[in-house]
Write a protein that binds this ligand. Structure first.
Ligand code: NAD
Length: 256
């Protein structure tokens, strides 16, 4: 396979069945990639992949629990057998729950670190080994504005997303010489099943005050940044985090 033959590229998106991951699958498929819609929820991944195929794209579902290294290894073994390559990995799957710091449950801490951080490491290792074959690869890790600015209740989630940003840099410097770039996109608030579950009306109103654009982002706005980092045009960018956040990280809105 020719590394510059972009039409032959295989892209794997974890947590691709819904929310931000589904929009990423859609945009990568529209670029001509064969998209592996990977998710813990096989039924939902199958539906998302089928809709892409119906729209004329190349896609298939792939069962993977990023909280379980054996499940990740099994999925990548299937990718190697069926496709012989993985050119793009988007580590998108993640979980979020909020609790006050003083009562923070340790089991949620362990589970969050396992899924949000260890999953990125293990999938990143396995994808990079396949990318080495063609000396070309793109890894995009989805972090969060909560990994850059602390938010109440986000002891595990915020810390896990800071770790994703640190891990992105570590991966980037060791994989750079192999033609593999590793970057992170840090979304601001986006309407998805995740935020519908955890954002109270108070949280939503806080974001409208604190996000200079005064609105939530769309899944397509996040996917557009990921698709840029997953393509040829971003070839000299590695180790960076790009907030896609309506200006939230740039600064708060000071009332005058
Ligand atoms: P979501 O909960 O709406 O969708 C997540 C998807 O991941 C689902 O399809 C779910 O089945 C899958 N998933 C969950 N656990 C999994 C596991 N162990 N293995 C494999 N798949 C698993 O989430 P979302 O809002 O689309 O978020 C996607 C990513 O973006 C997450 O990493 C999240 O932390 C990050 N993010 C989201 C927001 C936001 O406002 N929605 C903001 C910042 C960052």
């Amino acid at each position: 396979m020719n590394q510059s033959d972009s039409g032959a590229r295989v892209a794997l998106v974890t947590g691709g069945a819904m929310g931000i991951g589904a929009a990423i699958c859609q945009q990568l498929a529209a670029k001509g990639h064969t998209v592996l819609v990977s998710d813990i929820n096989l039924e939902a991944a199958t539906k998302t992949a089928a809709a892409l195929v119906e729209a004329g794209h190349k896609a298939a579902p792939l069962q993977m629990d990023v909280g379980n290294p054996d499940s990740i290894a099994k999925a990548f073994a299937a990718v190697e057998k069926d496709y012989g390559r993985c050119d793009v990995l988007v580590n998108n799957a993640g979980i979020a729950k909020t609790y006050p710091f003083l009562d923070f449950p340790i089991d949620n801490w362990v589970q969050t670190m396992n899924i949000n951080v260890t999953g990125v490491l293990v999938a990143g290792q396995l994808a990079a080994r396949l990318m080495l074959k063609n000396k070309w690869g793109r890894i995009v890790n989805i972090s969060s504005i909560s990994g850059i600015r602390a938010g109440a209740g986000r002891t595990a989630y915020g810390t896990s997303k800071s770790a994703v940003i640190g891990l992105t840099r570590q991966m980037a410097i060791e994989l750079a010489e192999h033609g593999i770039t590793v970057n992170s996109v840090a979304p601001g608030p986006v309407d998805t099943p995740m935020t519908q579950a955890i954002h109270s009306e108070e949280t939503r109103q806080s974001y409208y005050r604190l996000v200079p654009m005064r609105r939530y982002g769309s899944t397509d706005e996040i996917a557009a940044a990921v698709t840029f980092l997953a393509g040829d045009e971003s070839s000299y960018i590695t180790g960076h985090v790009i907030p896609v956040d309506g200006g939230f990280v740039a600064g708060g809105v000071l009332e005058i």
